[in-house]
Design a protein around this ligand. Structure first.
Ligand code: MN
Length: 137
């Protein structure tokens, strides 16, 4: 059994930039286990998003605040808002983040290691403007 408290003690929030576009802050909820599982609360500012990536065991995202976008390769981007939960199957290539005009905080429960790929091109990110529910912004 492993009890996960509200957040890991003694570990400051980190500004993430290596595999993210824009300003992204990550707060550790459960530090990485030996088999690569992590839980982080990640806040994306407007325009910020992950690089393309996949999770070898899949990922559960619980949107805890704000409004954001998520996209799996080959499908149109979708709007996600506080209260939404997303299951991303193992090895499904995707990205997630805020919208162009809103912050999004996402609790990311990643199963197994995360494999990072290239940056999401601006035109791919902005496809969300056309396909997502722009009336909700
Ligand atoms: Mn992910």
């Amino acid at each position: 059994m492993h009890i996960v408290r509200g957040r890991a003690e003694g570990h400051p929030s980190k500004r993430r930039s290596k595999t993210f576009t824009g300003t992204v802050w990550a707060d550790p909820v459960m530090r990485q286990t030996a088999d690569g599982n992590t839980i982080s609360s990640v806040t994306y500012t407007p325009g910020a998003r992950t690089y393309w990536h996949h999770h070898t065991g899949g990922q559960i995202i619980v949107v805890t605040a704000g409004l954001g976008w998520i996209c799996s390769e080959g499908s149109p981007p979708e709007t996600i808002r506080a209260g939404d939960t997303v299951w991303i199957p193992a090895n499904e290539r995707h990205w997630h983040g805020g919208t162009t005009s809103t912050v999004s905080t996402q609790l990311g429960i990643s199963i197994g290691p995360t494999i990072w790929q290239e940056e999401v091109a601006e035109e791919d990110y902005l496809r969300a403007l056309a396909t997502a529910e722009s009336a909700q912004l």
